[in-house]
Structures are given as structure tokens and as C-alpha cells.
Design a protein around this ligand. Structure first.
Ligand code: ZN
Length: 414
């Protein structure tokens, strides 16, 4: 996607701002004159930043404004050690509310809606982001926070909530509970705004059917305001995002090269207006693609789009010149009858060539059925990912399970 002139201007201003503040980015961008960033190519030579960089700046090393301008902090939990602290100015808080309000509008939500917010309130950005946007929209908010299913359902009934904001797992739990209690007729929900984590089409269909709602994926991360920076419209052609506030790139996570629109890779975000803690070329490790704009969204919005988040890029492997992500394999297997969600990928180098053996658990026991299944998997992966694999059907329970995150890829080439 071609970078706009206004975007370059914003970027120059952001760079000057972080350099003047003297924090982490001043060091990272040392020797770079913002006025020299005249083209997209100039911008693409700037170094990336990472969550570890933000963590190293703990506690307030990211602040790009004087103390008295910071009105709030949020923090994203790291898996290890220190959290990242993100300072916000009053304008950042207002901008975030504006972005979130736009998300609600794209989802067809209005000030007549009653928005039931179940994500948590506190240091992390979830609940309060949903709240800010809803208030700015002028809708009635019901700030529930998570937990206490009885109370959730009672308030949904008595307050006549029309919009449910939740994580996918909590939305499913509530949907099942409503179904179990046989109270679906007393619930007025019409839409669900679901935090974009990885969730399969089967789960999505269950939530939509059991609650009787339209679902919207909302995307965001604490480092970049919080949730509310991208959402799909009713046509589900990907998530629209706001290029007047944010610049998105998708890169090859191994080489750092910017990828053409349409190709899967890692989302990198640059903030264009943020004051408290601007980010320059921040690597999200989220796997997605920029949707090419040659076919506009039928909703008529000019806003650019990214695909739903397919997973994390940390698990990527490059085989036969193609980047492969376990999330893609999972997506292929989901549509194939008889294939379970348990699989493992073994990559090896044989006779001068990379080979991919893909073990998939199946309920099929007959030899003929299994050969058919293997062929279906091979064809599907060839057509979607454009890489040749050798599938091997195995019994349910054959592949090792782990308490922690399951390892999907074993690379024996090196
Ligand atoms: Zn649209």
C-alpha cells in the first residue's frame, strides 16, 4: 500500500518528538534526522522496535512528554519478568475513545444500544477501552467486568443489553449458560464485539447461533492504545483500520522485508498521533496480511483492511522458500472431514530437498479412509499454502500432549 503524504508528515513529527524526549527511541533513532524521511523507502530503513525494548524502558522510560501531561498508565503483562508500562496523555485517551467509537459505528452500533462490557477493568486496557468508546458514542454502558454468570445474565435481561463485549471464550461460556437455562427468549442481544484472539470458525458459529447475534472481531494491543484500532464490518472482508492514526506494515518475520499486500506476515505498527508513548515500527508478532485494495469493501468505506489475526509469527518456519505458520495448517485441517485439530509438522532435509511430514490424528481407522484423508490434506495445503507436504494419518492420542503450549513444528534441518 502506498504511504500517504500526510502519513510521512506525521511520522517526521513523531520521530522529532521521541528524539526530544530522550528515552528509548532517542537512542534507537540516534543520528537520524526526521527531515530526511521523505519517502516510504526512507521510512522502511528505520529500525524496528520490540516488546523487549519497551520492557527495558520500565517503568516510565517510554514517556515522550513531561510528567504533568501524563494522565494515566496502562500495562501489558509480559509472560516473563517486568510488564510494559504505557503512559497516556489526555489527548491519547480521547483519541483512543474516538477510534473505539468508530469501531462501534462500523459494527452498526448506535447510541440507542446498551453495551454490556465483560472484559476486565484495571491496569490492562480491555474494559475501559470498550467503556470509553461506548460513552463517546452515547450508548448506555453496563460496565460488568468478568465473572459472576448469574449476575451477567440477570443484568442482560433487566438492562436489556443489546451488545455483548467479551473475549471469545467468555462469550461462548455465556452463550452455553443462556442455552442451558433456556432463557434465550428473554435476552435482547443483537451484536457481539469479540476481542480478536485466535478463534476458529466452529467456535464463532456456535457463539453466533446460541446467542442469536452478529459477531465482530475487534483488534488492538495495549502498546497501541488498546482494543479498538481495527474491526470488521458486516461484510466480513477483514478488519478496517484507521490510517489517519496508525500506519500498518506487514513484514517477513525472518528477514524484516516489507511484504506486498496480500502476503501473510507480521504486523508492524507505527503510531501517527500518540503523545504519551509513540511507537515507531513496532513489531506485534501478530500474523495477518494487508487486504489488497483493488477490490473495495462493499460497505463503501475507504479505510484499509487487515485480515483477522491468524496466530503468532513466532512459530513460523521457512520451507522450500515458503513461510509456513502452524495457524495456516490448522485452518486447512479445520475444513477437512475426519482430521482432528491435533497435528505435528516434521521438517527434514533429504536428498538435497526439504521435506515436510505432517502427522494428523484422525478418528478414521480403515486404511482406505485414511489414504483418502491424506490425499485431501495434501491437496488442500497445496492449494492454500502452495507447498507440498506428506500427510500421515495417525490414531487419536498418538501425538504427545503437553501441559504447556503444544509444540507443533519440529525442524531437523539444522
Ligand atoms: Zn467494510
Amino acid at each position: 500500500m502506498k504511504m500517504k503524504k500526510a502519513t510521512l508528515k506525521d511520522i517526521r513529527r513523531q520521530i522529532a518528538r521521541v528524539q526530544a524526549a530522550g528515552g528509548f527511541y532517542a537512542k534507537r533513532l540516534k543520528g537520524i534526522d526526521p527531515e530526511d524521511i521523505k519517502t516510504q523507502e526512507d521510512f522502511e530503513k528505520l529500525p524496528f522496535s520490540e516488546k523487549d525494548d519497551l520492557r527495558d524502558a520500565y517503568p516510565l522510560g517510554l514517556a515522550a512528554v513531561p510528567d504533568e501531561e501524563i494522565v494515566r498508565i496502562h500495562s501489558s503483562s509480559g509472560t516473563t519478568g517486568l510488564p510494559c508500562i504505557i503512559p497516556y496523555t489526555q489527548k491519547d485517551v480521547e483519541d483512543w475513545a474516538e477510534l473505539f467509537k468508530r469501531c462501534y459505528e462500523i459494527a452498526g452500533i448506535t447510541n440507542k444500544d446498551r453495551i454490556h462490557i465483560t472484559p476486565g477493568y484495571g491496569l490492562w486496557t480491555a474494559g475501559i477501552g470498550f467503556q470509553l468508546g461506548a460513552e463517546k458514542l452515547g450508548a448506555m454502558t453496563i460496565p460488568m467486568g468478568p465473572g459472576n454468570t448469574d449476575k451477567q445474565i440477570k443484568f442482560m435481561q433487566d438492562m436489556e443489553s443489546t451488545v455483548l463485549c467479551a473475549t471469545s471464550s467468555y462469550a461462548l461460556l455465556l452463550a452455553e449458560e443462556i442455552e442451558k437455562r433456556g432463557v434465550k427468549d428473554t435476552i435482547k442481544l443483537r451484536k457481539g464485539v469479540i476481542g480478536s484472539e485466535r478463534w476458529g470458525p466452529k467456535m464463532r458459529a456456535r457463539i453466533a447461533n446460541e446467542l442469536g447475534v452478529e459477531l465482530y472481531d475487534i483488534y488492538g494491543l495495549t502498546e497501541v492504545y488498546g482494543p479498538g484500532i481495527a474491526i470488521n464490518c458486516e461484510y466480513e472482508t477483514g478488519m478496517h483500520y484507521f490510517d489517519d492514526y496508525l500506519y500498518f506494515e506487514v513484514i517477513d518475520p525472518k528477514t524484516g522485508k516489507v511484504l506486498p499486500d496480500g502476503e501473510l506476515g507480521e504486523l508492524v505498527i507505527t503510531t501517527l498521533k500518540k503523545e504519551g508513548a509513540p511507537l515507531i515500527r513496532y513489531r506485534t508478532h501478530d500474523l495477518t496480511r494487508i487486504i489488497p485494495d483493488d477490490v473495495p469493501c462493499p460497505c463503501g468505506r475507504k479505510l484499509p483492511r487487515i485480515d483477522v489475526i491468524l496466530g503468532r509469527t513466532d512459530d513460523m518456519v521457512k520451507v522450500k522458500g515458503v513461510n509456513i505458520f502452524p495457524g495456516q495448517i490448522e485452518d486447512c485441517l479445520k475444513d477437512i472431514e475426519g482430521a482432528s485439530s491435533e497435528y505435528q509438522i516434521f521438517i527434514d532435509h533429504e536428498d538435497g530437498k526439504d521435506v515436510i511430514n505432517l502427522f494428523v490424528e484422525t478418528i478414521f481407522t480403515k486404511k482406505g479412509e485414511r489414504r483418502k484423508l491424506e490425499k485431501a490434506i495434501k491437496d488442500k495445503i497445496k492449494s492454500v499454502i502452495n507447498v507440498g507436504v506428506t500427510p500421515k494419518a495417525v490414531d487419536i492420542g498418538d501425538l504427545p500432549r503437553s501441559e504447556k503450549k503444544t509444540t507443533r513444528v519440529f525442524d531437523y534441518r539444522y
